[in-house]
Design a protein around this ligand. Structure first.
Ligand code: EPZ
Length: 421
């Protein structure tokens, strides 16, 4: 298994491009199932999770071809009746495969999708997805670890009230309702930029959607949709991760192709920590402080502080000149980076869903273990600051959501390299 070796202590400097968004690309790939024909997507990031979606499409007899010259340009040929099944061996490596459930049920009238099961950060149930599809008339059966969803006469409009604002739950139901007979009202929806982008692309395919980005979204079903042609927008979590990397090293960096408006909550906290952040051209200029100030923060659904940035900002707090209180309200087990950061000399105490981070003057490099995607990013960030060498192991977690992060960091002057272990 590969590892990332970092010699810490160098301020980042220079310019780098932000890649296409993993959490926008995955629902867009699923949305291609809604329309037979050839779909064209650009700026699709080269990530393990996207490759997993490609293997899933293979299984479903859908051709996904990457352009020879620009591998981030993807053509997808969806047949009239793809194989409506997502098997366990693929779904277990990527929970977002569950996003095929809504489109398959809506267009083909049936789907057999493995239950994703939990993951390192939590139980990750999909009860809200299933409840919503049932409201639209799907018959849902759970057996042998699979969800069988069927609606032979198609889905019908209905009123779905989510118990929690679930991102992929909202995305699944948006896609299902787009082809349902009649009007659907979705309440307590997730408002993340990726949800708004999916609705925008669905509208471009012919869907009739009002209110995406608000808690209540109305979808008027249509008979059929046309293939999409879209460029995936920038990954706000990768951008946020790079902002924190610049901040912790006291660096001076310009991120290109990044939308500061999607990062308000993150930028606000980084400014509170003493970081200078301002929009510049097609991106953002960031200047880190000599020593960060402590910041208290609490994760929440968008527009609150994103849970996907909690581990990264906590890494910054470990070297602040004071104590920070961090509350994780979205997932039940998203503090696994804490014990590894403590091995690097951080001083963090966890009480339930709250972590108290007492700033220390410096971190020391150490061999550490990645446990999940964003925890591994947090350890890389800490390694950039730590004195000496940090070896982040099991970086397959990192490769799920970051396009060769080590290359981007070395482009910014960090002493970092991938070791084929
Ligand atoms: C999406 O996951 C993201 N993944 C996650 O990013 C992100 O952390 C999460 O949203 C929250 O922002 C993709 O978009 C592919 P949720 P999702 O459904 O949709 C509970 C990353 O690092 N819930 O919004 O699976 C759930 O347990 C990944 O890129 C139910 O109870 O998250 C959680 O507590 C990690 N029942 C809360 O809602 C359901 O049916 C939010 O989960 C669904 C969710």
């Amino acid at each position: 298994m590969d590892a990332i070796e970092i010699h810490g202590g160098r301020p980042l400097a220079g310019e780098v491009d932000v890649s296409g968004s993993k959490n926008a690309a995955l629902p867009l790939l699923a949305a291609t199932l809604l329309a037979e024909g050839r779909h064209h997507l650009g700026n699709v990031p080269l990530l393990a999770d996207i490759a997993t979606m490609g293997r899933l499409f293979d299984h479903m007899r859908i051709d996904l071809d990457r352009d020879e010259v620009d591998p981030r340009r993807v053509t997808i040929r969806v047949p009239s009746s793809p194989r409506a099944e997502a098997p366990y061996e693929l779904v277990k490596t990527m929970r977002a495969s569950v996003l095929v459930l809504g489109p398959l049920t809506a267009r083909l009238g049936h789907a057999r999708v493995s239950l994703p099961g939990g993951c390192a950060i939590g139980a990750r149930p999909i009860d809200q997805h299933l409840k919503g599809l049932a409201v639209l008339g799907a018959e849902i059966r759970l057996e042998h670890g699979y969800v069988e969803s069927s609606a032979p006469r198609g889905l019908k409009g209905g009123r779905v009230v989510f118990d929690v604002p679930t991102v992929t739950g909202t995305e699944n139901l948006l896609m299902a309702a787009a082809l349902a007979h009649g009007t659907t009202v979705l309440e307590n929806c997730a408002r993340e930029p990726e949800v708004v982008e999916l609705a925008r692309v669905l509208a471009g395919m012919g869907a009739r959607i009002e209110g995406a980005g608000d808690a209540v979204v109305t979808v008027h079903g249509v008979e059929s949709l046309a293939p999409m042609k879209v460029d995936v927008f920038p990954d706000r979590i990768e951008a946020g991760t790079l902002l924190v990397a610049a901040a912790i090293t006291g660096g001076n960096v310009v991120l290109h192709r990044c939308r500061l408006e999607d990062l308000d909550a993150v930028a606000a906290k980084l400014r509170e920590a003493g970081t200078r952040i301002e929009p510049i051209g097609d991106g953002v200029h960031v200047q880190g402080p000599r020593v960060p100030a402590p910041v208290d923060f609490r994760t929440a659904p968008y527009p609150g502080f994103p849970t996907d940035m909690q581990a990264q900002l906590m890494a910054l707090c470990t070297v602040a000149d004071g104590s920070s209180v961090v509350q994780e309200t979205v997932f039940e087990n998203r503090f696994m980076h804490v014990s590894e950061l403590d091995r690097m000399g951080a001083d963090i105490k966890v009480e339930g869903h709250t972590a108290v981070v007492k700033g220390v003057p410096s971190l020391s490099g150490a061999p550490v273990m990645a446990t999940d995607l964003r925890a591994s990013a947090s350890l890389v960030i800490a390694g950039l600051k730590a004195q000496g060498t940090t070896l982040v192991q099991r970086v397959y977690h990192l490769d799920r959501g970051y396009e060769r992060l080590e290359n981007k960091l070395s482009q910014l002057g960090a002493e970092v390299r991938r070791i084929r272990a």
